[in-house]
Ligand binder design. Sequence first.
Ligand code: ATP
Ligand code: MG
Ligand code: FE
Length: 340
Amino acid sequence: MPILTLESTCDETAAAVIADDGAVLGQCIATQESLHERFGGVVPEVAARAHLERLLPVIDTAITQAGVTADDLTAIAVADRPGLAGSLLVGVVAAKTLAVAWQKPLVSINHLHAHLYACQMASGQSVYPAIGLVVSGGHTSLYHCTSPLDLEYLGGTIDDAAGEAFDKVGAMLGLGFPGGPAVSRLAGEGNPKAHAYPRSMIGESGYRFSFSGLKTAVRYTISPPPAKEVSADHLDRQAKADICASFQAAVVDVLVRKSVRAIKQYRAGHLIVGGGVAANPALRDRLREASEKHAFRLVIAPPELCTDNAAMGAIALEKIKRGEFAGLDLDITAGLQRGF
Ligand code: ATP
Ligand code: MG
Ligand code: FE
């Protein structure tokens, strides 16, 4: 019997219907990129209002595509953490309302654990024990995972997330929003050695990351001090491509080095990688090389499961197996703390 999963943590409104064997029977994702583009970033209030308008049609589409009715569903699952408060609230209130109206049990989903679960979904066999790397718009975190639901947080970014840095570099270069995919594409035409950007904390023994110094270094390449405003208008395509490639190489170097160190320290057989930045081809290539060199198994979420979606909400099935249901007092936990 299938479950319904809802995702509204940031700026994608998504729903999926998932069979108890994990097969995705139907799903719908409404992205808000065009709404936030003119602001150059996600505006929380705009995001929450858009979720409100879109969530019910998105649920309808997923259910229709799956060819099921409300009667067929065995549970309603929703991402309740971490994310933007207003965005999370829309999903959680909708899930609670449907749970009451349709008399279904409620299941809560940790959005970051779901990003990693996308790897288990894509793999034919168990990927645990594993080191999990979440690289997304809001997080850059390493976990030691002994099961889909048992994750020990090893460390994460102390300032910007990797995806956030990609987006900010894209914005400084005038590449639109979100900048990640555009920076990644243009990097393919550039020289990764053109600029020697910092690999912050790469030699530190722990698992902390920092990308804000790198972002500032990029800013100074584009508009050196004392310029107060950043403008890339004077740069041609090749100059921009060189900046993108050099920036991307710095991010990838740090992510790969720290992941490999964690794999060795915890003797985990697998490295699992999820979140929007896991769609980055350079990161995927470098991780593949590292997995061959250091003999560990690598599972990266397939590109369509990297950015936000409700299919990875299949992690709710693992909670149902354990009998872990949420009450109607389920509340949101926004993204104000680290270490989810
Ligand atoms: P979080 O999961 O931390 O709450 P989020 O849900 O907003 O944040 P995701 O949807 O997982 O983040 O990922 C979006 C991020 O991924 C954006 O920052 C985007 O620029 C980045 N991204 C997407 N594709 C690529 C790519 N090819 N290269 C680099 N970054 C990318
Ligand atoms: Mg998004
Ligand atoms: Fe996400």
